[in-house]
Design a protein around this ligand. Structure first.
Ligand code: ATP
Length: 515
């Protein structure tokens, strides 16, 4: 674990050193849990967004996009339940004065039981080798069973406390399981209190009677309140979806782990409207499609898992997370929720407007049910960076840091490197770049040795380096070097475009999703 924490620290400094992510307002000592994306970060982020957007709007003829405003009528947040129920249960340690989310402390305790079980499995796997039967081991080993029982017991108690919003019971669980503050090491806890996560501001001047409005904590409500606009103007037929990418704001209390939990972040959400009664079928479909979207990136299937929710929100009848194995454990990157007709129904009630769909096949009107897929751009970014970051030992004792980014997402697709800064090589390099730059983000670099230039490109995840040498002047060939294998091959300049296009195209990723 300590080793993993170390990797995470290195990743955070790598993000800064190579222009991916900077702390916000750094020259004023920063602003908590707010970050800026640098020259490489913004490219990676844009590529993630494009991959998501295209997967939604190109692959599904019944999914269209919108871009709604961040400011919305305040009653929207009454209708959505955020004014009354968008709370985190907080608890303070009286000795360290540190504040924690009570639910997170308990989830960490649950993870401890799971860790113990996994350790037993690992030990037994080593001991029994090929003959190891995991299923049998899990159902018979006394230590596994003991931990499983403890975990189930805690799980049941925790789920009940959450469902009943029983804050005293949450505190009691923390006391009963002897959870200690990682800073002070004590169990001197305050009561658990609810804290609303929405930021508010005022619109209009005070003399006019300013209106308290909120910065949206999710993009979804902009989709719900535009349901009729899009359905009517686009002549959309249920089932259909509306996708949106945009900023969201939450006054997170325990903001840690870099860009995993931010106060200003970006979401990519898609609300899919279906006939009542068909929602669970669509839920299963979107669950599968979304996991394929992640896996198509080639980071390794074992990096992902589903996690069904402990507590279903009052409006949901099914919910799951897609988790990614971050350096600090499996964590939620995306949520998939079956939200019933709660949102549209609630907006109907609060706005007094009829928000229904006339289904010509059924010859009846209804409030559609909703399946939502909701993913954080920043968390996705972090998962990609964490999954790509490698420190490799090379032959001869050298090391290199390489970001093995999925090529379609890499900020720079190819570096163009004249071997020397003279004798016509830079001119030839520029000429190649001038042809390729319309399609690929290229970077020209003529400073330092080629070896050093390769390292710089490895560190930002550039899949290809193209070197122009003296022979190139005569044979119109260049050396192309592959980032992950470091293999080099001699290819004709005229072949470059196709070689690169094949590897870096978003199209090839999209094809994997529909396979
Ligand atoms: P968590 O339990 O981690 O607080 P959540 O369940 O509240 O997350 P949702 O409301 O389902 O999250 O939001 C959907 C997605 O938005 C999440 O899967 C995550 O990727 C992203 N997200 C939510 N909160 C944040 C945040 N504070 N910073 C960055 N991304 C976030």
């Amino acid at each position: 674990m300590a080793q993993q924490e170390d990797v995470f620290k290195k990743l955070v400094s790598h993000c800064k050193e190579y222009g991916f992510v900077f702390p916000s307002s750094e020259i004023y000592d920063g602003l908590g849990a707010v970050y800026d994306y640098g020259q490489n970060g913004v490219e990676l982020k844009n590529n993630i967004k494009k991959y998501w957007w295209d997967s939604m709007t190109l692959l599904n003829e019944n999914v269209v996009g919108i871009d709604s405003a961040i400011f919305m009528h305040p009653t929207i947040w009454k209708a959505s339940g955020h004014v009354d129920a968008f709370n985190d249960p907080l608890i303070d340690n009286k000795d360290s004065k540190k504040r924690y989310r009570a639910d997170v402390l308990i989830e960490e305790q649950l993870a401890k039981f799971e860790d113990k079980i996994n350790k037993e499995v690992e030990k037994a796997e080593k001991k029994f080798g090929e003959a190891f039967d995991k299923e049998q081991f899990l159902s018979t080993n006394p230590r596994v069973l003991e931990n499983q029982e403890k975990k189930d017991e805690l799980h049941a108690r925790f789920a009940k406390a959450l469902n009943d919003s029983n804050l005293e019971e949450l505190r009691q669980i923390i006391l009963d399981y002897e959870v200690v503050c990682p800073i002070s090491g004590t169990r001197n806890w305050t009561d658990v209190r609810q804290f609303n996560l929405m930021f508010s501001t005022e619109m209009g001047s005070t003399s006019d009677g300013a209106m308290k409005i909120y910065l949206r904590p999710e993009t979804a409500q902009g989709i719900f309140v535009n349901f009729l606009n899009v359905q009517k103007s686009g002549r959309m037929k249920v089932p259909f979806g509306i996708a949106q990418i945009g900023k969201a704001f939450r006054n997170e209390i325990v903001a840690r782990q870099f860009i995993f939990r931010m106060r200003e972040f970006e979401q990519m959400e898609m609300q899919f409207f279906v006939r009542p009664g068909e929602e669970l079928e669509w839920f299963a479909k979107w669950k599968e499609i979304r996991l394929k979207w992640h896996k198509a990136l080639g980071m390794g299937d074992s990096m992902y898992r589903y996690h069904d929710h402990e507590k279903l929100a009052h409006y949901a009848n099914a919910a799951t997370d897609i988790e990614f194995r971050m350096p600090f454990g499996f964590k939620e990157v995306e949520g998939i929720h079956s939200r019933t007709d709660f949102d549209l129904g609630s907006h109907e009630k609060y706005s007094g407007k009829k928000i229904q769909y006339f289904d010509p096949e059924l010859n009846q009107s209804y409030v559609p049910y909703v399946i939502e897929t909701s993913i954080g751009v920043d968390r996705m970014f972090l998962s990609i960076m964490a999954g790509s970051f490698c420190e490799e030992e090379l032959e001869g004792g050298d090391t290199r840091v390489v970001l093995k980014l999925p090529p379609a997402l890499a900020p720079i697709k190819l570096a163009i490197l004249p071997l020397v800064k003279k004798d016509g090589l830079p001119e030839m390099a520029r000429k190649i770049m001038n042809e390729l730059k319309f399609e690929f983000n290229c970077q020209y670099d003529e400073k330092d040795t080629v070896g050093k230039r390769y390292r710089r490109q490895d560190a930002i995840g550039t899949p290809y380096c193209v070197t122009i040498d003296y022979d190139s002047l005569n044979d119109n060939c260049v050396t192309i070097r592959h980032r992950d294998t470091m293999e080099q091959e001699r290819v004709a300049i005229s072949a470059l475009r196709d070689i690169i296009a094949d590897k870096v195209s978003v199209k090839n990723l999209l094809k994997k999703i529909v396979e």
